[in-house]
Ligand binder design. Structure first.
Ligand SMILES: [Ca+2]
Ligand SMILES: [Ca+2]
Length: 179
């Protein structure tokens, strides 16, 4: 569980607490320590929309948790359901799950694609790199000429897979690692 911010209803002061199970929290930073009950404050989870399990990232685990909750699987709890309300209508349903899955698929990751060997037709490989990375053709040729070389780009997994398939189709040998 990542830390949460707590905001008083009548003030803009923000305090951080880490123990949500406590009946009351000690807010430091005031003049003396101030006690208050959890009910009197508004709690903001510092995790991004779609992060259903509040671990700081949006992954397939969040979709699995939301799906279980929608199917009413026993012992499934959402610590901050608002984070799953991606189709913003103050309720959770299959539309939120669809948007969450879409979000996970479209997530941008950075992959390193290492060109081990440009193959027998390095010009085709240069052309493919130029198309994908939108660099100048000269730059693409330089990269191919310098093989083995790392091509790092932000892409979805599907885009990275397609780039690799195209490079291999053009006779290149490549390896891919997720950064
Ligand atoms: Ca998560
Ligand atoms: Ca919703």
């Amino acid at each position: 569980m990542i830390p949460v911010s707590v905001k008083f209803a009548l003030s803009d002061d923000v305090f951080e607490i880490t123990d949500l199970n406590a009946d009351s929290v000690i807010l430091t930073g005031c003049t003396g320590d101030t006690y208050c009950t959890i009910e009197k404050v508004k709690i903001y989870f510092d995790c991004p929309p779609g992060d259903v399990n509040c671990d700081g990232e949006v992954t397939i685990a969040d979709a699995v948790l939301l799906q279980k909750w929608l199917l009413a699987v026993p012992d499934t709890q959402l610590s901050y359901w608002q984070n799953a309300d991606l189709c913003k209508d103050d309720k959770l349903d299959v539309f939120d799950l669809c948007l969450l899955k879409q979000m996970i698929i479209e997530q941008k990751d950075t992959y390193t694609i290492r060109l081990e060997d440009a193959g027998k037709k390095p010009t085709s490989v240069a052309f493919i790199i130029h198309q994908y990375l939108e660099c100048s053709l000269v730059e693409a040729r330089d990269r191919v000429a310098a093989a083995p070389v790392k091509i790092t780009d932000s892409a979805t997994k599907a885009e990275a897979d397609q780039l690799v398939a195209d490079l291999e189709g053009a006779g290149a040998t490549v390896t891919v690692t997720k950064n």
